[in-house]
Design a protein. Sequence first.
Length: 381
Amino acid sequence: MHHATRLFFAVVLLFVATPVLAASLPIPDPPNLEARSYILVDFDSGQVLAAKNAEKAIEPASITKLMTTYILFDEIDQGNIALDDQVTISEKAWKMGGSKMFIEVGDQVSVDDLLHGMITSSGNDATVALAEYVAGTESSFADYMNQYAQDLGLTESHFVDASGWPHEDHVMSAHDIARLLGAIVRDFPDLYDQYFHQKKFTYAGIEQYNRNSLLWSDDSVDGGKTGHTESAGYCLAVTAKRDDMRLVSVVTGTDSNNARKSQSQALLNYGFRFYESGQLFDADTQISEIRVWKGDETMLPVVADGAVHVAYPRGKRDELSTSAELPSNLSAPVKDGERLGTLHVKYGDETLAEVPLYAGQAIAEGGIIRRLTDEVMMMFE
């Protein structure tokens, strides 16, 4: 690139909202939870509304099954496997301890039933059977999981198995778990609706209830995954939607099933009570523009990658302000989609969101006369 080297000095004020009044009540601190780590994330914007040790790698236990689910949903979405495919149950899958779907060696079980067995019943046997069906062996599937983790930006995650069976090298962070659950909702909404709302599942005459007990007590909770081992404690990842706002909550390392439920509920209630989420700019909307020197055009539209959402204190949308931090001196050529700067969204002095900004079109170098003229003009800028 032949861009000038003085970058990110110009700040373009896009709109100035009503000044924050001194009488505005501050948002109270999040509830004090007795958990090893937790996080509360606004789904649309990805903003973290509350967190404790959220980037720390911890044992995820059966929450691991969210990654196995993501891969299975992707395989289905791509047409590589079908819900009515019949899976032959191996001895390894049948022997799995812990939570079980109660499948038998040699059984022919549909992918559909195995998904219910993994997501609703948290069956380790169903999970291994699905992993073997996709990748041949569970160890090969774990390699697959780590590739997906990298693609999804799960920076504190490493997988050794498909089910969350304890291993010192098998880890996730609360933030990674929230990103993963959000990705399932975002990337596979129909499959999410089909499998994550189920409160119970019956196979081979055995009825089992979803361990995510918030499905019964909070109508806004529409899915998630539990996890528990002696070393991991009781963990819960859930997502809930009230009106137009969806939140993702992750709580790890609590001391009981009731504790993970009540602490998750407290986080969700805090987020919905004190925040709301809104769309500031539609997808493909010009957010700002910037002067380009030595190009075949002089003004370049600046856009975000999709719609811009932000979570902000409830009732305070009119008190938000935005500004675009852009290069102070930009010369052609500029590629379409080239990263140019950052959109800052503020509530008073607090930065709520920082959104990457990109060139909305390409601008090629101008002719010799334009380049020489702009060279002179730039000397007086």
